[in-house]
Ligand binder design. Structure first.
Ligand code: 5GP
Ligand code: ZN
Length: 135
């Protein structure tokens, strides 16, 4: 399941060059061309899924397992101090390439990687609304 004109379909298939750290039947793991920090990598499935919403269940589990294995190994290789695993869904959440991928961003003490948010307050009304709508 590939999509024409999808850059990550082409990268995952090896049709567009990338720096691959790992490859198997389902995924290619590459270095991000615009890294947030040294070693920023992307897990990209070879089949096309727009994002997490329509990702195949089995691939979803495999992707997290792969993220675990890759970060456990890469943290020693890179000698980083931490890791963020980030996965953006839709434009409002910062997704720019509409082929599912997971970011593995190594963190170093004192780095200037800007991942964060201002903590809000959990409001009783919102809590009730969410719980009621989920039923
Ligand atoms: P998103 O914003 O969709 O979550 O992340 C897309 C990521 O893909 C960005 O971090 C961007 O730097 C990376 N990217 C976009 N095009 C290419 C490319 O052609 N090669 C590589 N290696 N990374 C890319
Ligand atoms: Zn694609």
């Amino acid at each position: 399941m590939k999509e024409e004109n999808c850059i990550f379909c082409k990268i995952a298939a090896g049709e567009i060059p990338s720096t691959a750290l790992y490859e198997d039947d389902d995924f290619r793991v590459i270095l991000d061309v615009g890294p947030a920090s040294k070693g920023h990598a992307l897990i990209i499935p070879k089949d096309h899924y727009r994002n997490l919403y329509d990702l195949d269940d089995e691939l979803a589990s495999k992707a997290l397992l792969l993220a675990k294995r890759m970060t456990v190994k890469l943290k020693d290789v890179l000698e980083c101090d931490g890791y963020n695993i980030i996965q953006n869904n839709e434009e409002a959440a910062g997704q720019t390439v509409f082929h599912f991928h997971m970011h593995m961003i190594p963190r170093y003490h004192g780095d200037k990687v800007g991942i964060g948010w201002h903590m809000g307050e959990l409001k009783e009304k919102e809590k009730e609304e969410i719980l009621n709508k989920l039923k």
